[in-house]
Design a binder for this molecule. Sequence first.
Ligand SMILES: *Cc1c(COP(=O)(O)O)cnc(C)c1O
Length: 406
Amino acid sequence: MFAAGRPYRALPGPSVLPESVLAAMQRSAPNIYAEDLRLLTEGLWPDLLSLVSPAPGTKLAAYIGNGHAAWEAALSNLFSPGDKVLAATSGLFGLGWANAARARGLEVQHLDGGQTAALEPGALEAALRADKGHKIKAVLVTHVDTASSVRNDLQALRAALEAAGHPALLLADCIASLGCDRVDMAGAGLDLVLAASQKGLMCPPGLSFLWYSEKAARAGVGAALRSPYWDWGPRAEPADYWHYWHGTAPTHHLYALRAALDLMKAEGMEGVLARHAGLARAVWAAAEVWFAGMDPGLGARLNVADPGARSHAVTSLRFGGQVGAALRDWCERVGGLTLGIGLGMGDAADPEGAAWARLAHMGHVNAHMTLGALGVIEAGLTALGLPHGKGAVEAAAAVLAEAAGR
Ligand SMILES: *Cc1c(COP(=O)(O)O)cnc(C)c1O
């Protein structure tokens, strides 16, 4: 009834496409042998590098592919079959990366951090101390798990490696966090960061990126999984333009990416991060008010209890029962708002994750979008006849007002 108008797909990827990104792609196919495309691409690299605050010597390789491609690209450049890695997970996506590693013939040790809290640095330290012969070549972590909305403290995990005196590489999936939560590659001593275009980078899916340290580059020498297509060397230091992509360039994605990076530059990374932090806190404030007034039997809650371990890109909300699914349906059908499904959040009693909804506040999102989304959810709770705490949108508005000041 109220869905006509501009839809808002508040999904944690693909995220909202800015007008300038869409407009940048409205053009005919360029000549891939002409200088313009090479100059455009060369201009993207320093801006992409600066997104992750890299240590000197960090290199960047890009791929035509989604996040799953980035996982395989990382594995291909670093390992040989039989190598051992430690996959420390806090939700669904780390499991996916671990499975990719197994499928490529790696030995994977799993450190299961559950899906409601950040990984315990002490648990990582203990696992690494137990690896007396230093067989573990790398630790794989997900910075922000997009299913659980857990955000890990990468600095603390790096400190755990140091405390254990373990030489393993530290590799981070920052697909959901880059452009939303602070990614400080040098500060957290990350040897590899991977990301994709369709989350905080506000572009269509189809591009992914690996930033890798000098230590990672050295560790990857002789990796038997590396094939010409995945090889990061020519992509990071192309002798010819086509080496960037190992084939035809992703032409229109490059125009889109230029426009997206220009938006980020204009706002400034600190502004981008502060906006995401404020919108996230507004969502949490609203959810707490709703949940306080809901039937305790539903077990409604924010998935991550510790605000310090919550992502600024997406919030996983457990409404309980079948409420998440009913609300998702109502919001999309009646309100033009698409919420994320309870991806990977189901259990034996609720295999489909019907209790859950995820609200993204990722990328090209501002106050009226988040407040509007919260208002639609509140209308949905009311229409569905679900008692809930009153004043949630007001609480969210107060958070934004306080954060912004005059
Ligand atoms: C979205 C996402 C992925 C998967 O990316 P695809 O583009 O769907 O392959 C992996 N990890 C994280 C943390 C993500 O948010």
